[in-house]
Ligand binder design. Structure first.
Ligand SMILES: *[C@@H]1O[C@H](CO)[C@@H](O)[C@H](O)[C@H]1NC(C)=O
Ligand SMILES: *[C@@H]1O[C@H](CO)[C@@H](O)[C@H](O)[C@H]1NC(C)=O
Length: 412
């Protein structure tokens, strides 16, 4: 698709001189699913290992070679191994595209008059001489044995760096001689997130393969969705590794202290990992699933006998799966109590229409509206407790002498 193939290659038959070892890859995030039980207000940590691809995803690779006479050995090596190089890359990133061009063919475009005008060539490739695919990983492999003039074809090193960065192109320098004389090549590779590799001229292809597998990649976790009440965060929030390496991030999942639901459905978070800012695909998506560990509470019971139940008049003493308790009216909770104050009010593991009803301590008024009084989240802010029901006796004394109004006789 990039489709430029310089005439310097065209006349040459491509034959395999040295075998190129296959690139192996098994990229993705591990573990992809974490399931854990959490009490409201608590959190857990898990190490996430992100294995990066050996090669950047969807690579658009431009081989930019110096075609002067001194480069003969290196160019012969590349010509002879070009097909093998493409196959090796293709085996890992089948979506790879290649183009080959020569520094001096760019010189014609730019009007420079030196064979080593690769600063101008880099500038030209970044500013339209080559078309790159949308969202591709763009890499120019600069193979040479001599430094470039600066300025070159009217463009300075700074111009070239700006243009490369603007076009999101990294430069992989393959030095088969004195490419980095004066440090220009290193400055460009460093500024563009690329790399410099040295090579014997007759091993240039191997150096290219190694270099392509040795580019830094940033890994950034991005939360795709989280059910309200569950949050996840990562430390560090971004990391840099060499492609093919595995990064480890510590993930912390926290359940809000007022996460009241979770009895019927676990809380889910889905996170994807971006590789150099782009989604890495399905293998880089992970899920955290948290079931709520219901807090254990002493749920005070009442005696459903008029005159003995001690429930406040705004509540009724009713049967529940955990014994008789003072039940607030639908959509009401205890007056003047913190939502998480399980000694004063609580909800019960009571699947069905009563899941949202709030029980209160005998004697406590329950005339306060819950955050939501209609719909599926009524009184969700009150914790669902695993009750260890306790007889009222314990609180009778505490309430003795108070004005108890006797109401209700067991009707829900
Ligand atoms: C690549 O990352 C390593 C750390 O993992 C760092 O030392 C090096 O400078 C980085 N190279 C570039 C070109 O950003
Ligand atoms: C979380 O995912 C599970 C399984 O995919 C699903 O059954 C459950 O309903 C989800 N939880 C929420 C709150 O949507």
């Amino acid at each position: 698709m990039i489709g430029m193939c310089s005439s310097i290659w065209a006349a040459l038959a491509i034959m395999l001189i040295s075998p190129i070892s296959p690139i192996s890859a098994d990229p993705g995030v591990s573990p992809a699913l974490v399931q854990q039980e959490l009490a409201p207000g608590s959190s857990f940590h898990v190490n996430k290992h992100i294995s990066t691809p050996k090669l950047l995803p969807q690579p658009d690779v431009v081989l930019l070679v110096d075609a002067t006479g001194s480069m003969q050995d290196s160019n012969n090596n590349i010509k002879a191994n070009l097909r093998a190089l493409i196959s090796a890359v293709d085996a890992v990133q089948p979506n790879a595209h290649f183009a080959v061009t020569a520094v001096n063919s760019m010189r014609a475009l730019g009007g420079g008059d030196w064979p080593e005008d690769w600063i101008n060539a880099l500038y030209k490739i970044s500013t339209g001489a080559t078309t790159f695919r949308e969202g591709s990983s763009r890499i120019i492999v600069l193979v040479g044995d001599a430094t470039s003039h600066d300025p070159s074809g009217g463009h300075s090193q700074g111009d070239a760096i700006d243009a490369l960065k603007k076009a999101s192109i990294r430069v992989l320098g393959v030095n088969v001689g004195a490419l980095d004389e004066g440090g220009r090549a290193t400055q460009i590779t460093a500024a563009t997130g690329g790399a410099m590799v040295g090579s014997r001229p007759d091993e240039a292809t191997k150096a290219i393969i190694d270099g392509l597998q040795n580019l830094n990649v940033t890994i950034t976790p991005e939360v795709v969705s989280c059910d309200a009440g569950l949050t996840v965060r990562f430390a560090p929030t971004e990391t840099l590794v060499s492609s093919g390496a595995t990064a480890t991030l510590v993930e912390t999942a926290e359940l809000a202290s007022d996460a009241g639901g979770g009895v019927d459905a676990p809380f889910n978070c889905s996170v994807r990992f971006l590789i150099n800012g782009a989604p890495g695909g399905d293998a880089f998506v992970q899920k955290v699933q948290v079931t709520v560990k219901q807090p254990v509470a002493t749920c005070l019971t009442c005696i459903p006998v008029p005159g003995q139940n001690l429930c406040h008049e705004s509540t009724t003493c009713n049967p529940t799966p955990f014994g008789n308790m003072c039940l607030a009216a639908p959509g009401k909770k205890a007056d003047g109590a913190a939502d998480a104050d399980l000694g004063t009010h609580w909800r019960l593991i009571w699947p069905g229409p009563n899941q949202h009803r709030v029980m209160v301590k005998p004697g406590v008024a329950a005339t306060t509206d819950c955050l939501e009084t209609v719909g599926s989240k009524v009184c969700d802010e009150i914790l669902i407790a695993e009750c260890k029901p306790t007889a009222l006796d314990a609180v009778v004394e505490e309430n003795t002498g108070k004005d108890q109004v006797v109401v209700g006789d067991g009707e829900l």
